[in-house]
Design a binder for this molecule. Structure first.
Ligand SMILES: Cc1ncc(COP(=O)(O)O)c(C=O)c1O
Length: 440
């Protein structure tokens, strides 16, 4: 359905035509690529996450092209959206992955990635997870403290391997993230090795028998629009590289500048990839190192919508409420991060209303939008909550014993259920009616 694709396109911040979200209105109804969202709701039910494969490919390809002047690899970060079908789309684009748990490593391997595709990060890796990472032969393990480094050395020795390792540096730069919970590279953050301790940790790494110090890494925050945080952080990493080389520590191969590129949720302009690349690429070229990035939101954020059906419309205290079948259990971002997500009626509405769009969960913090001027909707209507491809389904919960919804991938004129809706049995199958009591 070519007209849908062309209507999904808009002018990007640097003038190029970009696929915005894969969702467009055709003949009064919303489509994702060539598939009517109503058809998905009818066949799969609601609430359901719907992802556009075309948008995921487009985002990956644009970032890859922007970095083309320097040896690089994009390691998509699973925490944003770890659906295995989404991972497979990215594997076919030749992406690597970035994981932060044994569970994410397991998923990545299940989706067909091999150890050499994997960066393993995270502030609190367990001994078991470090062992799993080494056994999988990952490309890099980014450690966040000297204690973790020494543990990694011991485990690698026990396994008879040399651990490929990077230091996650806290570069102590300020960034323009939309919410304080997604700033990760400022002084005092729990993440990374403090800037003034990095050289000491690197010197220890250089002396340990089972460690190969291959990278310096940072991740300064998420939903970033300005390049200055990246520039300051990259300069600090390069300064450290230079100092280590002067001391004769010359094993480094990679500079990993993390993820964080912002996406448009409302009227924000996505960051200019050209400006980003112009600022970062020459700096990395000068070091002769391979550039690694760990983007999540930029790749998948605009590629997903959440389909939800209005159960009731109710007026109370002078306010209109649309009570839908999705709330904080499906999409936590509005209540957790004060995040804005555009909401549209799937069938074109002829009037506007101002409403709180809330879910069925027994919490006053259970909402998708507050005091929102939006398409008029009534019980039975379908709504599309936009730009939920990142940090959406992965943060869903079973609170109130609510089964998690389905996930659907659209590719051109086809769609497939890529995660089935949970059933009540799925929610209790690990519990025991008859506990196996042990003596204390
Ligand atoms: C270490 C690390 N890398 C990459 C990311 C991905 O960030 P984003 O989705 O903003 O690109 C995160 C997100 O928190 C992270 O903690």
């Amino acid at each position: 359905m070519p007209q849908v694709r062309s209507r999904c396109q808009r002018r990007g911040p640097v003038g190029e035509s970009v696929l915005a979200s894969g969702v467009a209105r055709v003949g009064g109804v919303l489509y994702c690529e060539g598939v009517a969202l109503e058809r998905i709701a009818d066949e799969v039910g609601t609430p359901t996450y719907v992802y556009s494969a075309a948008v995921i490919r487009d985002r990956y390809a644009r970032l890859d092209a922007a970095l083309s002047a320097v040896p690089h690899r994009i390691h998509y970060t699973l925490k944003a959206n770890s659906n295995r079908a989404v991972l497979r789309v990215l594997r076919h684009m030749n992406a690597g992955v970035d994981v932060v748990s044994g569970g994410e490593l397991y998923r990545a391997l299940k989706a067909g990635f091999v150890g050499a595709d994997v960066l393993f990060g995270g502030v609190g890796k367990t001994e078991v997870e470090l062992r799993q990472a080494l056994e999988a032969g990952v490309l890099l393990i980014n450690v966040e403290s000297e204690a973790e480094l020494r543990l990694l050395d011991r485990i690698a020795g026990e396994l008879g391997v040399v651990a490929p390792m990077g230091i996650r540096v806290n570069p102590e730069v300020s960034v323009d993230s939309a919410h304080r919970y997604i700033k990760t590279g400022e002084k005092g953050a729990k993440f990374g090795v403090p800037l003034d301790e990095v050289l000491a940790v690197a010197r220890v790494a250089a002396t340990l028998p089972n460690i190969d110090l291959l990278a310096l890494d940072m991740h300064i925050g998420s939903q970033l629009f300005r390049v200055d945080g990246y520039v300051d952080g990259t300069d600090r990493l390069i300064d450290l590289v230079d100092q280590l080389r002067r001391e004769g520590i010359d094993t480094l191969m990679y500079l990993d500048i993390g993820g964080g590129l912002g996406v448009s949720y409302d009227a924000e302009e996505s960051p200019s990839l050209e400006l980003f690349a112009e600022s970062i690429v020459p700096r990395v070229q000068r070091t002769g190192l391979t550039l690694l990035m760990e983007p999540g939101r930029f790749i998948v954020g605009n590629a997903g919508i959440l389909l939800t059906r209005v159960l009731y419309r109710k007026r109370t205290g002078g306010r209109d409420f649309l009570i839908g079948d999705a709330g904080m259990t499906e999409l936590l971002r509005p209540s957790h991060y004060d995040a804005y997500h555009r909401i549209e009626a799937v069938h074109a509405a002829h009037a506007q209303m101002t409403a709180d769009v809330v879910g069925p969960v027994c919490e006053s913090g259970d909402f998708l939008a507050l005091d929102r001027t939006m398409d008029e909707a009534n019980a039975g209507d379908l709504l599309a909550v936009h730009d939920v491809g990142a940090y959406g389904y992965v943060m869903a919960s079973n609170y109130n014993t609510r089964p998690r919804g389905a996930e659907v991938l659209v590719d051109g004129d086809q769609f497939a259920v890529v995660t089935a809706r949970e059933r009540y049995e799925d929610l209790v199958h690990l519990e025991r009616d008859d506990p196996d009591w042990r003596d204390g």
